[in-house]
Design a protein around this ligand. Structure first.
Ligand SMILES: Cc1cc2nc3c(=O)[nH]c(=O)nc-3n(C[C@H](O)[C@H](O)[C@H](O)COP(=O)(O)O)c2cc1C
Length: 213
């Protein structure tokens, strides 16, 4: 608890002085709200892809709720908001923003800062990707998929990513945010710029932000 307070203080000082957090800094997210939102049937009725975004950062609460809804921990035993084949939990969510790039750490519900560069030009070729505030990159670690024929690993990566993406869609619909899942990405290049391990595979990207005009 004391560590969390010290980290929050450190981040507050950094923000006041406009100094970006250093690589490896753990940035605690706001407590996710976990209740409320739009009724499920209304969200299903309204779910859609939106490709126009305001160049405005997500509020800390929206960002926290989004990541928790996407693939946060929702039970004491560490299981998640999206199903995971054989509970391998082989997906990590990377975040690409104007102010740097991050890894979502679900155990502490925190971000780990990985770099200060704006990597949006690598997040996809569609125009809106360059101006939207947030691109999520869903990355599967094939080393965590164990006990099956290696040819089947791709299948589980594709399927499990779909559940996370749909969680993001329903959350965004509920909160009036815009989102689009994207397979048209240069996966090899993203693998390189995100400095991923050989066992990690970029599967999908998903842009999120406040809807534009
Ligand atoms: C696996 C998958 C990949 C997609 N890739 C892209 C993409 O690269 N770029 C894009 O603009 N939309 C992409 N989309 C969004 C679809 O174009 C969109 O879902 C479709 O037009 C139906 O619209 P709706 O989501 O509003 O129902 C993708 C959707 C899925 C499911």
């Amino acid at each position: 608890m004391q560590k969390k307070v010290v980290t929050l203080l450190f981040i507050a000082i950094m923000t006041i002085n406009n100094v970006p957090a250093q690589e490896g800094t753990v940035i605690p997210l706001a407590e996710p709200e976990r209740t409320g939102g739009m009724p499920l049937f209304e969200a299903l009725d309204k779910r859609q892809t939106i490709r126009t975004y305001k160049p405005v950062e997500l509020s800390p609460q929206d960002l926290s709720n989004l990541l928790w809804a996407a693939f946060g921990i929702n039970r004491e035993d560490g299981r998640r908001t999206a199903p995971s084949a054989r509970n391998w939990q082989h997906f990590d969510i990377y975040l690409i923003t104007a102010g740097g790039w991050y890894l979502y750490e679900p155990q502490d519900h925190a971000l780990i800062k990985l770099g200060n560069e704006d990597l949006r030009e690598h997040a996809g070729g569609q125009d809106f990707v360059q101006t939207a505030p947030l691109n999520l990159i869903f990355v599967s670690d094939q080393d965590r998929i164990t006990g099956i024929n290696p040819e089947r690993k791709d299948f589980y990566s594709l399927v499990d990513a779909g559940f996370i993406s749909q969680n993001v869609y329903l959350f965004c619909t509920s909160e009036g945010l815009a989102t689009v899942v994207r397979a048209a990405i240069d996966k090899e290049n993203l693998h390189k710029v995100l400095k991923l391990k050989p066992s990690q595979q970029v599967v999908l990207a998903q842009t999120v932000g406040y809807p534009g005009e």
